[in-house]
Design a protein around this ligand. Structure first.
Ligand SMILES: *Cc1c(COP(=O)(O)O)cnc(C)c1O
Length: 444
């Protein structure tokens, strides 16, 4: 495993595309009940409202998606033990867990959370406006949104999105299942199988030669001014972010069930792969509200695409791009290949986030194989980004100094480390075998 050379400052390491750790000097321990974002404020009530919306729609989702029948329409992932991995990462046995969003049904990635929530919020606003449901409606009225009357209404509307792949998969599948016309603008780095999977579901895929930002801009422009088009804006959407944040409520229950306390003597470190920042920011927002100051969230980004780290270092008022730093934005972690961070997500993270670190692509493949060998779980390269987090934090000088300054060193033996694995369920076998081969040849 490569770690940041401790003799260089983060800025020098970033320019050289070397792994580095940045710690957030703005993080606050005590939080107000609502936090500023995009000119407004959000709090725990907004996360609870998103979770309640997902719950209202669960009966409909169970009807629309055969794979959700067993869970009654709940889209959630297990919290897995990761025995076998701790030795590899130099941790005490039992302290490492995997939050397995690579298993999330419907979309096969963390995007199932935010993407589904935003499509449902849009569908609900139409259904309310047309009297198909009311604020008092129960499960039957929501289940009836799969009937011809509702579908005819939804069919008049287009849901569009710009994506490197996984958000497109989530929005495309969710929107087309409800009966919307779905258009997905894909960047050049989107994988072919993701486009094919969408086309098979009747989703229109528009291919762009440019990067993620270009795909989002094209989609935003095409949808602008069309009252029958809803554009899911990955760089700005609050609905996406709040959909992601609902994960915190479910995880809280999973931690309790597993007997994992989170308090001053039992800190929880969470490592989240980060692209534009909406998913990890939503989850961090939720976790800080639900679990308090003793949860420490870290975002993991590819060394060529550290857009969120750059944004957090630059602060509000600036909007740096990885290209400005001489970086290429080229990475096998297609879900994280984003040149510029979401500004609302970065604003929200000011008082909440503990830090960011960067990862080399080779390490993603090594870690993907470690996960396979230790747990049998199949994850995609983007989803492996968090696995280097514990070592980055505990074995680098910067990490040790920060742990000492925070008074966390004494509590490390009782700490839990949670690695959020964010995608992989639908990766075709052939493609996955190539990932494994690459990881094994690197390890040899
Ligand atoms: C999109 C994605 C992320 C990060 O989400 P952002 O909202 O873009 O930060 C992480 N992992 C995978 C697999 C993804 O597809």
């Amino acid at each position: 495993m490569t770690k940041g050379s401790d003799t260089l400052a983060p800025a020098a390491l970033l320019r050289q595309a070397q792994p580095c750790l940045w710690l957030n000097p703005q993080r606050q321990t005590a939080l107000p009940t609502a936090l500023p974002i995009a000119g407004g404020r959000i709090g725990l009530a907004d996360t609870q409202a998103a979770a309640a919306r997902l719950a209202r729609f669960a009966p409909l989702l169970a009807r629309l998606f055969p794979e959700l029948e067993a869970s009654g329409g709940v889209i959630e992932s297990p919290l897995l033990p990761a025995s076998g991995l701790p030795q590899t990462l130099g941790l005490a046995p039992g302290c490492l867990r995997i939050k397995a969003d690579h298993l999330l049904p419907v979309a096969g990635s963390i995007k199932a959370r935010g993407g589904m929530h935003e499509v449902l919020e849009f569908a609900e606003s139409l259904a309310l406006r047309h009297g198909l449901v009311t604020p008092q409606s129960g499960p039957d009225a929501y289940r009836a949104l799969a009937d011809p009357t509702a579908r005819a209404l939804f069919a008049r509307y287009t849901v569009a999105v710009g994506s490197t792949g996984n958000l497109g998969l989530s929005i495309g599948v969710a929107a087309s299942a409800l009966g919307f016309r779905a258009v997905v603008h894909m960047s050049a780095d989107a994988k072919e199988w993701k486009k094919e999977r969408l086309r098979r579901r009747g989703v229109q895929v528009v291919e762009h030669v440019g990067d993620y930002e270009a795909a989002v801009a094209a989609g935003r422009a095409q949808a602008a001014g069309d009252p029958y088009s809803h554009f899911v804006d990955d760089e700005r959407s609050l609905s996406l972010l709040l959909g992601y944040s609902a994960a915190a409520l479910h995880l809280h229950g999973q931690l309790q069930q597993a007997g994992i306390a989170v308090d001053a003597a039992h800190p929880l470190f969470v490592y989240l792969p980060c692209g534009v920042g909406g998913a990890p920011a939503g989850i961090t927002f939720g976790l800080r509200q639900v679990l308090g100051p003793h949860v420490h969230c870290f975002f993991a980004e590819p060394v060529q695409s550290p857009c969120f780290l750059l944004q957090m270092m630059a602060g509000q008022g600036a909007h740096p791009s990885v290209y400005d730093w001489g970086l290429s934005n080229r990475t096998e972690a297609d879900g994280l290949a984003v040149p510029r961070a979401s500004l609302p997500a970065a604003e929200l993270m000011g008082p909440l986030l503990s830090g960011c670190f960067t990862v080399q692509d080779d390490d993603l493949f090594r870690q993907l194989v470690q996960v396979l060998d230790a747990t049998g779980e199949r994850i995609e390269p983007s989803a492996a980004a968090g696995l280097g987090g514990p070592a980055m934090l505990m074995e680098s000088d910067a990490g040790r100094a920060w742990l000492a300054a925070q008074g966390l060193l004494a509590h490390l033996p009782q700490a839990t480390h949670l690695v959020w694995t964010t995608g992989g369920l639908f990766v075709p076998d052939e493609e996955y075998q190539r990932f494994v081969q690459r990881g094994r040849s690197l390890a040899a």
